[in-house]
Design a protein around this ligand. Structure first.
Ligand SMILES: [Zn+2]
Length: 256
């Protein structure tokens, strides 16, 4: 059983492939977590999970949508958090790649959702892009009150940052980017503790080699597993087994 811990199958780029993806998820030993990026897409993620076996939902407001976050949205996330197929709050965090939305509003939305996270029985999924220092500063204030754990999705930071996030007990998800040519990523893969590593696709983005240029899909998570196995000198089956066990430990509502 392989688990894609982070997918956006509801993205319009997958409109024509969606029914096949959902069929594959039933037919293959595979599961995926559908991630919302705002309140509407979080509700749609829950809907997708409710109607399809092997699909779970992650709910929250992405930093790019920070300015849209309202009290009602937070209340909706609180209400949905007890749903049996809602496995995490996310993806929340800070993305400084583009000038908008302004950092101040991203920090407000991130902190409000971290505060919510301390009151929920759910782990948190973080989106961190070019914002490691601010993320660590804010996260450090809340990490000890987030009882169910923290996952850094699409981890693209340094080995040094792994050491800092390790102190907060974080998990790390790696995706298609590790299949792109870049020796530095191999050091990062080796630096992550084996029991803290998860796999993801972030589909339809970040398509792994050799399918670059086509939409990414949850089943391509096996290519990420292959790359991890190659770097660690392990067989791919044991990587799949271990990363799935890690995913189920963190996303504890995935029980079957
Ligand atoms: Zn995502």
């Amino acid at each position: 059983m392989i688990i894609d811990s982070h997918a956006h199958v509801n993205d319009s780029a997958l409109d024509e492939l969606r029914s096949q993806i959902l069929q594959d998820t039933m037919d293959m030993p595979m599961k995926f977590c559908e991630v919302g990026f705002d309140c509407d897409s979080s509700l749609r993620a829950v809907d997708l999970a409710e109607n399809n076996s092997g699909v779970y939902a992650i709910i929250g407001t992405h930093p790019q949508e920070a300015e849209k976050l309202t009290d009602e949205h937070l209340e909706t996330y609180r209400r949905l958090s007890t749903h049996p197929k809602v496995v995490a709050l996310g993806e929340i965090g800070l993305d400084y790649h583009y000038p908008d939305p302004p950092r101040e509003s991203q920090l407000v939305a991130f902190e409000r959702q971290l505060q919510l996270a301390t009151t929920l029985d759910l782990p948190v999924v973080l989106h961190v892009r070019e914002s490691y220092k601010d993320t660590l500063d804010l996260l450090s204030q809340y990490a000890s009150d987030i009882k169910r754990g923290i996952l850094l999705h699409c981890y693209s930071g340094s080995v040094e940052s792994v050491k800092l996030f390790d102190k907060l007990g974080c998990y790390y998800a790696l995706g298609g980017a590790i299949t792109f040519k870049n020796a530095k990523k191999e050091e990062v893969i080796k630096a992550i503790s084996p029991d803290r590593l998860l796999l993801e696709t972030d589909c339809p983005y970040m398509t792994p080699v050799p399918f670059r240029g086509t939409p990414n899909m949850p089943k391509y998570v096996s290519l990420v597993a292959q790359k991890v196995a190659e770097v660690l000198g392990e067989d791919v089956e044991s990587v799949i087994e271990r990363t799935s066990a890690n995913t189920k430990r963190l996303f504890y509502k995935i029980v079957d």
